[in-house]
Each structure stands twice: as C-alpha cells, then as structure tokens.
Design a protein around this ligand. Sequence first.
Ligand code: 3UK
Length: 537
Amino acid sequence: MSDETAYADTFARDRLPPRELWPEFRFDLPELQYPTRMNCATELLDQAVADGQGDRPAIFAEHITMTYQELLSEANRIARVLTEDLGLVTGNRVLLRSPNSPMLAASWLAVMKAGGIAVTTMPLLRAAELKQFARKAEISHALYDDRLADDVATAAAETGLLSKRLGFSELSASARSKSDEFNNVDTLRDDVCLLAFTSGTTGQPKATMHFHRDVLAMADVVGRHLLQTQPEDRFVGSPPLGFTFGLGALLVFPLRFRAAAILVETPNPESLLAAIGKFRATALFTAPTMYRALMPMLGDSDISSLNRCISAGEALPALTSDAWHEKTGIRIIDGIGTTEMIHIFIGASGDDIRPGATGKPLPAYQACVFDDQDQPLPAGSIGRLAVKGPTGCRYMDDEQRQRAYVVDGWNVTGDTYRHDEDGYFWFQARADDMIVSAGYNIAGPEVEEALLGHDAVAECAVVASPDEARGNIVKAFVVLRKGHDPTDALVKILQDFVKQTIAPYKYPRAIEFVDELPKTHTGKVQRFRLRESGTPI
Ligand code: 3UK
C-alpha cells in the first residue's frame, strides 16, 4: 500500500491516522484480492449491467421499482449533476440526508462514481449534529430529501459549509436533462469513499474512514460467507443507509450479488411486515428490539417468503432467538459489527447458530479476548474483544482515539466477551456496562435477559447505580407491556423473578419504571445516559 490517491482534494487522505497506528489488515481469501485501481460502484452496478443483468430488479420501494439499468442511468445522471453543475472535485465530501429510498441509493452510488466521499446521515439527526459533521469533515456538498431541507439550510448558514446543495426534487429535475452515461472515476482501492460517524453510545461521535475496498470486502465476507446472498434474494430491514449495518444489508450486499433491496422509508413493525408481504422479502435485517416488537404482531401477516433473519446492533438474547424460532421456524443469524470495522466480523448462520452466542469469526477475520495487559486469554475467560481482518479502524484526525481502539494491530471494540473451546464468542457487556457491585462483576445484559423473560417487561436496560455500601447496585429501567401497572408489588415480583432465573446476587436492587428508554439514532440503548442522570432523557 502507498500514500497515493486518485483525488484532487486530499482532505481525507491527509487526515488518515499515521500508518503505524493502523490495525493490521489481512486479506486471506481469494475474493479479497482487489486490483490497485478500482471503484466500488463499478463493481456493484456498472458491471452488473455489463454482465447482462440490466433488467433484473435492483430496488423495490413503495411507489417505484428500479432495475439495475434504471439505477445505473439515474446514478450516472446524478454523478453528472454533481460534477457538471455542483463542481464536485474528486475527494470532496458529500452529505447525503434522507430516509432509505431509491433516490438516496442512487445518490450514494453517484458519489462513489464521481470519486466523492459520502457522508450519509441518519434522518433523525438534527441541525446541531449536522453542523458538527459538516465542520469536522469540511463538507462542501449536500443532496437531501426535501422534507429535511430546513436542517441542512440551518447547518449551512451557521457553518458556511454545505454551500453546493440540492434537494432531491431539484436534483431529479436537473438530472433529467443529463446524459445517462458517466465514466466512473478511476479511484484507488485504498481511496477513502465513506466517512461513517459512530452512533455515540458513549457520547461524542467519531468519524471512521473506509476505502473502496472496504465496501466490497464487507459484501465479499458478510454477504457471501455469512448470508450466502443469491440473485433471487430480496433484502428488507430497518437500519438506515447512513448506518453501515444498513448500507451493507440494504444496498451493497444485494447489488454485489445481483439481488434486490426493498427500501422502507419509515421502518416500524407494521411497515416492515407490509413490505415483507408485498415484495416477498427473503431476508430481514433488524435489531433485537424490533424482533421483540414484531412477535406479537405476526398474526395475519404473510412472512412465508422469509428464509433468513439477521440481528445486529445489540446483543440478541437466547430468549428472543428461541421465541422468534418458535413463532416463525427461523433461527435468527446474530452478528456483531461496528462502524469502525464497517460491518459484521463475528456471527453464525444455518446449523452453526448457537442461541446466546454471537458466533465465530467470519472467514478472513481473527478474534481473541484480551486481559488487562492486552494479552490473549485462553477459552473460558472473560476479557476485551480484539479482532483483525480485511477491514479495520481508521479514525479521522484523532490519534488519541486511534491509539485506544487499535492495540498491537488488533481492533479493540470496547465489548467484553468470552470465547469457548469450540471457537464461539459469547457477548457479556459493553466494557462500560459491566457493573461492579460489592466486589461482584455483573454483566448488565444478563440481568436484562432475565427480566425480559417476564411477561410484564417489554424493554429494559440495566446499569450501575452508585451506592455507598456496595460501590454500585444493579438498577433496572423497565418499560412495561400494555396492561401492567408500575406498582411496588410488581417491583418485588420482578426482583424475585430474576433471583429465580440467574444467580440471586445479580438481581436489580432498584427498579424504575419508564415510558421509554433513551436510544441512539441506530436504535441502541444509551445506558450511559441512564447512568448519568439516574432517570432517562
Ligand atoms: C454493539 C453488538 C452484541 C457492540 C453495526 C452491524 O452496531 C453496529 O455498529 P455501531 O458502531 O456499534 C457497535 C457496537 O454495538 N453490537 C453490535 N452488534 C452486536 N453487541 N451483539 C451483537 N450482535 O457493543 C459493538 O461494539 O453502531 C452492526 C453491522 C454494522 C454496524 N456498524
């Protein structure tokens, strides 16, 4: 690898971590041997049409179906608007802001084609966060859904950035007059094409940098080996394309294998079930919370087309896995991924699934568990998860965080894990969610799983709460199911229930009933906020 770039604007290249702070990268699969020059959009889209797949459906959405040919033409026209009308220079950053939609997908591909760097944001973010991103990444361009125009305008006015911007309706209008041919920029496989901001379970968002090769690598490992994506597949799910979980699942994997994505603008249990039935989805991607919310609603809906369900983002309790299996006959594929690693690196599918375990390192990835001195622990011990493989952490312009995440070439994700003799990895907790109470180490998620086993509990989060005598006590924040009242009697019932399920010393000495849990834009519970405030939001 060299420090070369095909870009005129070297902003991103100049803000890569110094080489000695990079994790070790390993490309131990034939499919990961990419040529030095390569543009991921060419492989995902142009090549599909060149191979005669132009008439296959690429994207289904509520009011529109796009074939590979139509998606290619639209992406080409948008790439022309970007370069001819908005003066995009290779290496410029482009803010993309929209719910999941065909126009967002086409715009993302257009940015890749034009040699830009996509910064796709979650629709739920507000002007304050956009300003942060715009400043940090010096974002010059923005393409956005018109319904989100106000926040973009505010962020632009207050930062002086984002000056070259178009809402999707104007963008479509401008695109209409353009030729549908475009010569993709001949980028390097090691040119940055994506800045992904982390979801901030612990506060400050960080920008991770990914190359053209990383985009293909996630498809060639996760899409191929974990999911065995076939051309007949139709992937549906809830994660936004601004979250790398969603970018992979709902755009990159389907395109890489000439399958189709079903894009749902407002994912909730109702809309997901409707989309599965209408478009005959074959695989569903969402988080454990959504699987739990879907179960009581499966009733009349037709999910007979589904043959795979994938869970990521948070630990999937064995209980949820079992309940879903019982209701649908499908065993959920769990996988842990991080924004730093771009996608899933430990998981299991098919007969390899062991409910309660996340799985094994995917092909080309290695994982181990570190002790406090960063030494690998033998099977059975609990420690910090460390991984390496074809993708890895590169924080933009943040040596301090880079040094914390990358240790001796390993990516240390901040999760506490145990691995067993069979090579399976078992999630314990986020390192900061381990509770030390009266000298005991208690993993919050284990207590959560026990509570979830009770009928009255819809959702819960367990954190440490400071206590004079014990240092900390275990405290649970509980959202009740409809029909259950938040009484002192119920507190006692839940405490006894936990004591009967797991070791009694782990029971929540405090329980607070709340209407909802504070969550990140990717749907993860923000336990740090519960810890800080004592009460949510
Ligand atoms: C947690 C899990 C237990 C874990 C992500 C798939 O979630 C993604 O990325 P983020 O950067 O968060 C990373 C953190 O989330 N986590 C994710 N999956 C699991 N914990 N079991 C799991 N299966 O704490 C991790 O460090 O938002 C997930 C693909 C791409 C992603 N970016």
